[in-house]
Design a protein around this ligand. Structure first.
Ligand SMILES: C[S@@+](CC[C@H](N)C(=O)[O-])C[C@H]1O[C@@H](n2cnc3c(N)ncnc32)[C@H](O)[C@@H]1O
Length: 311
């Protein structure tokens, strides 16, 4: 099933959304994405009618505003993109730098759409002063305006009237989640970014994240976390503590953008952690696709609890 996606975004879960959706129970009232990025998971949920409502949040304000524009004002957003796009014109690169300067002055989310469509690997990078400083991809022209319009209209059709979009710190979102929600979290990668990585406006602290998960557990809110993973033999990300009682399911991500970013050929496995009420309701079994016991020991704190799939 092809699901529309208006813009490329580094770390997008578009390619994995169908696999992750296997762990979403049926009849979900609302899916909450506190680290929405391009909202690939929620869009895939909407396309497959897997939830009635959505709450998209991203700390990056122009990005969350862009999601809001795409959903609620699709024609205007597509018109602005058309007016901004330059295709193969000779001045296309110069134009990109001009738009980037305009965006840094105004934070206009419509301009961000053009930058995302045209920049290297859809990778949002900011300098220490918070200015967008990603270069244009010289080999790509950016999505053509007609295709962009189709994608925007398709996403708007799926999400309009049943989606709220905010730009808060994820902890404020989690504090307001209901027991009937399912929260899908895809926080910034630890392994390749660290906490000070310039690809995101804000990194997150591991301890704060664990504390927030603990509170969700106390309130019985169901959640799924995409959490770093493993590239070949190399694991990324500090393991989440046992006391959170999460179920780990590794999903094969192929040679993901993260692998490409690291210049590696290895297969990437992404870790998906399911909260206890969710895994119990689904009857989900832990599943680790492993090649090498050292990796397994590093990834898991109590390997004997886990079912193992050899690859
Ligand atoms: C790995 S990306 C999510 C990608 C997304 N799943 C997708 O498919 O496009 C993580 C996102 O978290 C956002 N973020 C970083 N720190 C945050 C915070 N403290 N609260 C909320 N969002 C944050 C970043 O702006 C980034 O868009």
């Amino acid at each position: 099933m092809r699901v529309a996606q208006p813009f490329q975004y580094q770390g997008s879960k578009r390619a994995l959304a169908a696999k992750i959706l296997q762990y979403l129970p049926v009849g979900v009232q609302r899916v909450v994405e506190p680290f929405a990025g391009s909202a690939a998971f929620s869009i895939a949920c909407a396309a497959r009618c897997r939830a009635k409502e959505f709450w998209l949040n991203d700390f990056n304000k122009p990005l969350s505003e862009l999601l809001g524009l795409i959903i609620n004002h699709p024609e205007d957003t597509a018109d602005l993109y058309k007016a901004t796009w330059r295709g193969e014109n000779e001045d296309a690169l110069e134009h990109y730098y001009q738009i980037r300067e305009d965006f840094n002055r105004t934070n206009d989310p419509g301009l961000l759409l053009y930058l995302l469509a045209r920049c290297v690997k859809g990778s949002v990078r900011y300098n220490s002063e918070g200015l967008f400083n990603q270069s244009p991809d010289k080999r790509r022209l950016g999505t053509r305006p007609d295709t962009m319009r189709e994608n925007i209209l398709a996403v708007s059709m799926l999400m309009k009237g049943r989606t709220i979009v905010t730009s808060h710190d994820y902890r404020d979102v989690l504090a307001n989640c209901r027991e009937s929600d399912v929260v899908y979290m895809d926080p910034p990668y630890q392994g390749v970014c660290g906490e000070r990585d310039s690809r995101y406006l804000s990194g997150i602290s591991f301890d704060d994240f664990v504390a927030a998960l603990d509170q969700l557990n106390e309130r019985g809110v169901r959640y799924i976390i995409s959490y770093d993973g493993r590239l070949g033999d190399q694991t990324y990300g500090q393991p989440l503590p046992d006391y959170l009682a999460l179920t780990l399911v590794e999903i094969e991500a192929g040679r993901s953008s993260q692998a490409t970013l690291l210049g590696r050929q290895d297969v990437t496995f992404e870790s998906l952690y399911l909260s206890k009420p969710l895994s119990e309701a689904l009857g989900a079994q832990p599943c680790v696709q492993h090649r090498n016991s050292t990796t397994q020991m590093r990834l898991l704190e109590s390997p004997s609890q886990y079912g193992i799939i050899s690859t």
